[in-house]
Design a protein around this ligand. Structure first.
Ligand SMILES: C[S@@+](CC[C@H](N)C(=O)[O-])C[C@H]1O[C@@H](n2cnc3c(N)ncnc32)[C@H](O)[C@@H]1O
Length: 257
């Protein structure tokens, strides 16, 4: 009698992510590897800008059948980040996105508006994967995670960019980036596992009844607190380096001698 086949366990997200990391040379490669590995069919990108990520993913991920593109493509008075150009520039970027992803016009659904304005055009549980790359401030990541999480099916993934260890991703004249640590706190609130990945990326798997855990696959996310990053002496150093870059480089050289 032939032996019964041994049931194979589906690969854990951690194992899949580790394999994807080993094959990827960039952020975009990493997500293409991941989307292909999990066979995602329906995804949304929050914050599309000029469509480079969307075009790359649509080109290299044949399993995708639906790609929601969420972006206001307009100037936002309450968003203090470098990509907040004026209406004419952002309007032209939308045309650029349409041209770049024209080859996948049957798969893409353009939802022009802020997350809060358009997200409910997606049915709850519809998505296999959401990629958050919009407003990275505390306000933005709070809204995006809370509003997109219900749109992802159980077992699906909420991923994103700008999971930078430093909140000072841009100059101190801009609002700080708080994807990290906020996404970790969000994962704890909903009882999910969150992975820290190379290229400042994160991935949360939506599960039911699971314990929270933070799995740092980079080994660099050791401090979840904000106190040190906002300490007056650290802020002074940052501002001095921005205002007097050459002087501060010379001082650093002297101190390193
Ligand atoms: C960093 S860019 C996105 C880059 C793009 N994901 C890529 O990889 O090519 C950030 C985008 O977020 C959009 N954005 C800003 N605030 C937003 C909000 N409240 N809701 C949705 N998108 C927003 C901006 O219009 C901008 O196009």
């Amino acid at each position: 009698m032939a032996a019964a086949p041994i049931p194979t366990e589906p690969d854990s997200p951690e194992r899949v992510l580790v394999q994807c990391i080993s094959r990827a040379q960039s952020r975009m490669d990493l997500w293409v590897e991941f989307i292909n590995s999990v066979g995602a069919q329906r995804m949304a990108e929050i914050g599309v800008y000029r469509g480079d990520f969307a075009a790359f993913v649509l080109q290299h991920c044949p399993s995708l059948t639906t790609y929601y593109m969420i972006d206001p493509w307009r100037h936002l008075n309450d968003w203090n980040k470098p990509a907040n150009h004026d209406d004419s520039v952002l309007g032209a970027y939308l045309e650029e996105v349409k041209a770049k992803t024209g080859f996948a016009a049957a798969k893409r659904i353009i939802l022009r508006g802020k997350t809060t304005e358009v997200i409910d055009q997606i049915t709850d549980g519809d998505l296999d994967l959401a990629y958050i790359d919009g407003d990275h401030t505390l306000k933005g990541i709070t809204i995006d995670l809370i509003r997109v999480y219900p749109k992802v099916r159980v077992g699906g993934f909420v991923c994103g960019d700008d999971f930078t260890r430093s909140v000072w991703e841009h100059k101190t004249s801009f609002e700080p980036t708080l994807v990290f640590p906020f996404a970790v706190h969000f994962a704890e609130a909903v009882g999910a596992t969150i992975f820290a990945l190379p290229y400042s990326q994160f991935c949360i798997q939506k599960t039911t009844g699971q314990q929270f855990s933070f799995v740092d696959l980079t080994g660099h996310y050791d401090d979840l607190t904000l106190r040190n990053q906002f300490a007056p002496q650290e802020l002074l150093k940052l501002i001095a380096a921005e205002r007097f870059p050459r002087l501060m480089r010379a001082v650093r050289k002297l101190l390193l001698r």
